[in-house]
Design a protein around this ligand. Sequence first.
Ligand SMILES: Cc1cc2nc3c(=O)[nH]c(=O)nc-3n(C[C@H](O)[C@H](O)[C@H](O)COP(=O)(O)OP(=O)(O)OC[C@H]3O[C@@H](n4cnc5c(N)ncnc54)[C@H](O)[C@@H]3O)c2cc1C
Length: 427
Amino acid sequence: MQNDPRTHGLWERSAPPAPVTAPLAGEVAVDVAVVGAGFTGLSAALHLAEAGAKVAVLEGVEIGYGGSGRNVGLVNAGLWIMPDELPRLLGATHGQRLLDLLGDAPSAVFDLVERHGIACEAVRRGTLHCAVGRGGLDELRERVRQWRARGAPVHLLGAEETARRTGTTGYAGSLLDERAGTIQPLAYARGLAAAAIAAGAAIHTASPVVAVSDEGAAWRLRTPGGTVRAAWVIVATNAYTSAVWPEVRSELVHLPYFNLATQPLGEDLARSILPERQGAWDTREVLSSFRLDRQGRLVFGSVGALRGSGRAIHRDWGRRALAKLFPQLRGVAFETEWYGQIGMTADHAPRFHRLGRQVVSFSGYNGRGIAPGTVFGRCLAQLLLGSLPESGLPLPVSDPMPARHRAAKELYYEAGAQLAHLAGARF
Ligand SMILES: Cc1cc2nc3c(=O)[nH]c(=O)nc-3n(C[C@H](O)[C@H](O)[C@H](O)COP(=O)(O)OP(=O)(O)OC[C@H]3O[C@@H](n4cnc5c(N)ncnc54)[C@H](O)[C@@H]3O)c2cc1C
């Protein structure tokens, strides 16, 4: 993508081609303009177009250019925050509504994949959140207790069972969440885009919105090649926001995250790791994640940016950490590498904003955006179609609040990840 192999790495290599799109040219009028072609914007566009609305998606670069094309592909239920924390944070009504919506959100993803025949390596066999030491196990035990009190199919597995399911003895236990699964994320984004186009939406790539004005009866959005007039605007630019509605970006602290993918491991080695093909990550603060793709490549990730000194540090760490977790992979080379920016909010909860008259936005997914982005996009479509009142949304409306000490925190995350990986022994 954009001739930079470190933006989308393996996903760019193995995804089916994107649907054919072109930059916006001239002037068009639509009911809804969607800014940003990630999961949020594409899901909104698909659901709006299916209901008969005239929609134009304006994407600054390419479909899935932001977090949607770069992530690990773990289709998780819920958020990072503990379930009991949400009602405390958002109030009983919104907290419960968000828990219900996000607890069931992986189903929305896998249903869309099936309904639209999206070829994105979808596997729904759960995810494993792996415990590091006694502290990690205590955290997972509490998470299991809170989810099970809500009837969710999550299970605490002991060390032996975790070793059987992961192929490593490195963990004290794990949380198996049956609701979850994995996808090839760029392929999912491209599939959503194709479905939206088939339903009648127009998607314009290489079309960054560079200026917006409220003309009273409609919004006018300007790109280098043309303008769109729209009654409603959905801002789905999230952590990759550029140029317009900068308050969306100002509220988020970027946390970098990278992935390294091996060559296909071959049948015997691939069978020795995650034999049931769950996706996995651990309870460390500077966490690691691992999963296999359909060709048997191991995708191994952690916090950090593959730029400057970080490139060599994180690569070296990746080799050491992988060999420690899976000694059978010692000497296996990484074939591709890529990284992206996760948008973190101060309290780790997502946001719903009204950014202007008939301008709405969801953002701040804190590294949980595949299933949430899909269902939040659907909520925005329902809101605009009038089938969901604003009072029925899963989040209260809030004003964007600039993150305090944002630049310092971003530096801290990037440099801190390098230090943690240099220290290495703890990986
Ligand atoms: C490395 C990494 C790993 C992750 N792992 C996981 C995971 O395993 N599971 C999970 O659930 N989540 C994960 N996430 C989070 C998830 O990927 C994101 O939360 C999600 O993709 C956000 O989707 P979105 O549509 O809201 O935004 P994005 O996908 O970021 O899309 C925003 C789009 O807006 C466009 N844009 C910005 N400004 C303009 C403009 N002015 N005009 C036009 N277009 C514009 C951008 O080019 C971009 O394509 C991860 C994120 C990263 C970066």
